[in-house]
Design a protein around this ligand. Structure first.
Ligand code: KMH
Ligand code: ZN
Length: 272
């Protein structure tokens, strides 16, 4: 089995400081949190940006500021920019940070209910995101919230808009998408091309159970406040790094070593 790639998603677009006061918001707070998470075993950061008021933003300038601070503290970290942003954002807003030419970016392959809202991803938007990522040589992480998104991916692969080897992130447990029952994860893994890599992001209570399954099946794991703010039931995590640390510990106990950022680049076929 390859070494385990741990992604930290420290901020997200929805969670608030009210829900967890330890949520990093400012560029300095985010960079500090990435450093702590890297020291605990994370090699990738799935990045969202917040403005000074704590609202989600896809401002290129804000991402640039955060990335510069992260690079100062962890020069080698793999930075994955979100093109999902927050529910309700336009295509034009969401695409902006791709101008920074990150090495990795998220790409959701379909529209899904997202709590009370709708995470809007019509085919035309997906194709435009994919074209831009191809032009700029940005590796897409295919975000999958339900099985139809795998089928959309396979269609775009056939049309040449997406290129193998693909990397999937199964985000399970969002109200509106597939839940985090183990059989859903197994079903999704079986539906992707053989040479693909995959990560699981279990939302809320699904984070650690699905993480352990991924460790044992050769997948990879995403943790962080975007997905889950609790260390255990009723106990808020003081830092994203504690979530990373726990997954790293489980992995080592199961005999799977943890990938460094450069090892993760090789596993994911990312061009630096
Ligand atoms: N905030 C969600 C609506 C992504 O980053 O690409 C979308 C999301 C996916 O978080
Ligand atoms: Zn995200």
């Amino acid at each position: 089995m390859e070494k385990l790639i741990i992604t930290v998603a420290p901020v997200g677009a929805e969670v608030t400081k009210k829900e967890n006061p330890n949520l990093p918001i400012t560029p300095d707070e985010v960079a500090e949190e990435v450093l702590r998470s890297y020291n605990a075993g994370a090699s990738v950061v799935h990045l969202h940006a917040r403005d000074d008021a704590g609202n989600s933003t896809q401002s290129k300038e804000r991402y640039e500021e955060i990335i510069e601070k992260i690079k100062t503290k962890v020069p080698n970290m793999i930075i994955q920019i979100s093109t999902g942003g927050a529910v309700g954002m336009s295509f034009e807003e969401r695409v902006k940070p791709l101008e920074l030419n990150p090495e990795f970016a998220s790409l959701t392959l379909g529209t899904v209910n997202f709590g009370e809202g709708v995470f809007y991803n019509p085919l035309d938007w997906i194709k435009r995101f994919a074209e831009i990522m191809n032009q700029r040589k940005i590796k897409p992480e295919i975000e999958v919230f339900e099985k139809g998104m795998v089928d959309n991916t396979l269609r775009l692969l056939k049309d040449g808009l997406l290129k193998a080897p693909l990397h999937f992130d199964f985000v399970l447990g969002v109200p509106g998408g597939m839940n985090g029952d183990p059989e859903n994860l197994i079903f999704l893994i079986k539906s992707i091309p053989e040479n693909s890599t995959w990560t699981v992001a279990g939302i809320g209570k699904y984070e650690f159970p699905l993480g352990i399954i991924a460790i044992t099946l050769g997948g990879n794991v995403r943790v962080g406040f975007e997905d889950n703010i609790f260390l255990k039931k009723g106990v808020l995590a003081e830092s994203n790094a504690l979530l990373v640390e726990r997954i790293a510990k489980y992995s080592l106990e199961f005999g799977r070593e943890i990938a460094t950022p450069d090892e993760a680049r090789k596993i994911l076929s990312i061009v630096k």
